[in-house]
Design a protein around this ligand. Structure first.
Ligand SMILES: [Zn+2]
Ligand SMILES: [Zn+2]
Length: 653
């Protein structure tokens, strides 16, 4: 009651609310709240999209949503009152697809953040990272990520190991490029890896060499993997640090629930340990990654193994205090549609240049990309998952990958009519127009990473040419899918990209990056400004729904979280600026000022810094990250345990 509606019923609803306040003044019969947040614009994201002023929290749940006047009745002597000062309050963000330990790991290494660096600047940045870790032993590797090799090369030429050998350190150093195809290493790293002039180039890779055959320092593709194989695997203590760093980044961004989209034993161990220690500040959902070999040849066995792991991880019914759930299996259907990989499974071939570089002529070749499951093997696997009570999250980037999933869901729906099975297709970057309506008809969620609908090095140029104008013109079809009735869900895929929820939501609304946001490709060069193509965008309400109530449904938590309604868990965030009214260009420059999970404030800044309990604040101050402002991206070192993907290119999401 007392809630305003956004639409035409505004006046009537306000009057009704006012009448009730007059009639029910006083505290009689109402239990005092633990916390009241008041004086704000409360965007509930409930079914009627009501807007309120205040929220009362009791026992970790929302006790009341409505007017300030009514909330006043819930304030007792022990109630903590948080004044919102007119700011927007909404349900906590739910990130339905990310890679938590890999993300935490990327925060803990040296992030070059795609900056266009001269060789001197590159050396300065690396020295700063070395200087920031004085406790590291001479044998501790310095790993740096997100190096823009092309920029350095065009500014003043490719660097060599001599540049790194000139740094003040004895440590081995490996610098991985943002496009993931190159590693620059120092002489100590080459020595530890046992690579010298006598070492042959591996298949699928190359050591750049000087006239005498000695490696210059840059290792391309498989040669980079060979060098980095010398880096010791992460210990369990390292993984715990990665989990802590990830949780710190999540609560700063206002993400109160997430799904790890390629979980294994390490995720289970880390997040259960953090829960036991009382350090869990987000609801953890694990999608158990299936081994493709077993899943293809012995689907029942693969599902039984995943079910056993899920049973050990899952803590049962969700409660206000955050826990760990595991009710989803993860399947990779195909590769990636980005050039030069061209491994996403398409219905018609990738184009290839049959002209010259100066006068290119693009024509279909014979590459249709790769499908990692036959239709029959996927159907067997999906039926086994549905029968085991596990939902399925399927990576599919190409239209043939997507169609094969939809066909398997159709078969599953037919075989098990009425079963509450909730499949989601992750990415769905290219979808045949004829398949748009099948998402709604088959109740398949589309879990998209909105930021990919910006012009970027990975989306235009070669990728545009290889897909061809028609297919590129409908790339990232989240708006078209929604118009066809699909439930669109947001997943950041962090750390494949910089972790920036508001930038992603902004691209969802405008299909263009933000030249003023350093996480956006549009900040690098004018060629990356403007919309990616003419396919439709989403409304502001739709992107918020994708990151709240729709994401909750993917996780079977729509009755507990995803909107602000009495009885639901008190997961909420306060924004610096009103997402519903800021100008389009400012959508991606917002910030979360307060994050509450299960009624506990887990992060707060500026006016809300004092709302964080001291023991919680101490937790965050114990997390030291090398990367600035939680900025990371494309940063998963290859062949590192816990790295999300098996397919060997940059977009290993
Ligand atoms: Zn993926
Ligand atoms: Zn992913």
């Amino acid at each position: 009651m007392g809630l305003r509606k956004t639409g035409g019923a505004l006046l009537a609803a306000t009057l009704l609310g006012a009448g009730i306040v007059v009639g029910c003044g006083g505290n009689d019969g109402v239990e005092p709240a633990d916390v009241v947040l008041r004086g704000g614009k409360v965007v509930t994201m409930d079914g009627e999209r009501r807007i309120a002023q205040a929220v009362a929290v009791r026992g970790g749940r929302i006790a009341f949503v409505g007017s300030d006047a009514e909330a006043a009745r819930r304030i007792g002597s022990g109630t903590k009152v948080i004044e919102l000062g007119g700011r927007m309050l909404m349900p906590g963000f739910i990130d339905a697809h990310l890679h938590a330990l890999a993300g935490g790991r990327a925060l803990l290494v040296c992030d070059l953040a795609y900056a266009p660096l001269t060789r001197t600047q590159l050396a300065q940045r690396l020295q700063a990272c070395l200087d920031a870790t004085p406790e590291a032993t001479p044998d501790t590797w310095l790993e740096a990520v997100n190096w823009d090799r092309q920029s350095t090369a065009s500014l003043d030429g490719d660097p060599t190991r001599a540049l790194l050998d000139g740094l003040v350190t004895k440590r081995p150093i490996a610098v991985t490029s943002a496009d993931f195809h190159s590693v620059l290493a120092n002489s100590r790293a080459f020595a530890l890896a046992g690579i010298d002039a006598a070492t042959p180039d591996p298949a699928g890779g190359k050591f750049l060499r000087d006239g005498s055959g000695k490696p210059t320092g840059i290792c391309e593709d498989a040669a980079g993997f060979q060098l980095k194989a010398a880096i010791p695997p992460d210990s369990e203590a390292d993984q715990l640090k990665q989990g802590r760093a990830a949780l710190a980044a999540l609560r700063e961004q206002g993400i109160t629930t997430f799904m790890d989209a390629a979980a294994d034993e390490a995720h289970l161990r880390v997040f259960k340990a953090l829960r036991t220690a009382g350090e869990l500040t987000a609801r953890v959902n694990l999608a158990i990654n299936l081994d493709p070999a077993t899943a293809n040849s012995a689907p029942a066995q693969a599902i039984a193994q995943a079910k056993a792991l899920a049973a050990r991880a899952d803590a049962g019914d969700a409660a206000p205090a955050p826990g760990v759930a595991a009710r989803v299996v993860k399947v990779f259907m195909d590769g990636v549609v980005n050039a030069p990989a061209d491994t996403g499974a398409l219905l018609t071939p990738y184009l290839q240049n049959i002209g010259t570089e100066a006068a290119p002529q693009w024509a279909p070749g014979d590459n249709l990309g790769q499908l990692y499951y036959t239709p029959a093997s996927l159907q067997a696997l999906m039926l086994a998952a549905a029968d085991a009570g596990l939902d399925m999250h399927l990576h599919a980037t190409g239209e043939r990958g997507v169609r094969t999933v939809l066909d398997a869901v159709a078969a599953t729906r037919q075989a098990r009519p009425g079963a509450d099975f909730r499949p989601a297709i992750a990415h769905a970057e290219t979808v045949a127009v004829a398949d748009y309506a099948r998402f709604a008809a088959l109740d398949v969620m589309a879990t998209m990473s909105f930021q990919w609908a910006q012009r970027a090095p990975y989306s235009i140029g070669e990728t545009e040419s290889h897909l061809g104008a028609e297919r590129f013109g409908r790339m990232e079809p989240f708006g078209s899918l929604q118009r066809a009735g699909a439930r669109v869900v947001h997943g950041s895929d962090w750390p494949i990209d910089p972790f920036d929820t508001f930038l992603a939501l902004k691209v969802g609304v405008t299909r263009a990056g933000d030249p003023a946001n350093p996480h956006s490709a549009a900040s690098f060069a004018p060629v990356f400004e403007g919309p990616i193509n003419a396919d439709p965008a989403l409304s502001r309400d739709a992107v918020l729904a994708a990151a709240t109530i729709h994401a909750a449904r993917q996780l079977r938590l729509e009755r507990q979280i995803g909107s602000l309604e009495a009885g639901k868990f008190a997961d909420l965030i306060v924004l610096e600026r009103d997402f519903l009214t800021v100008p389009d260009e400012a959508l991606g420059r917002n910030r979360v000022l307060l994050t509450m999970v299960g009624g506990q404030v887990v992060a707060g800044r500026e006016a809300f810094a004092g709302t964080v309990p001291p023991q919680r604040a101490a937790l965050s101050s114990g997390v030291r990250v090398l990367s600035p402002r939680g900025s990371t991206g494309h940063a998963i070192p290859a062949q590192v345990p816990g790295a999300p993907h098996g397919h060997g290119d940059r977009h290993r999401h």
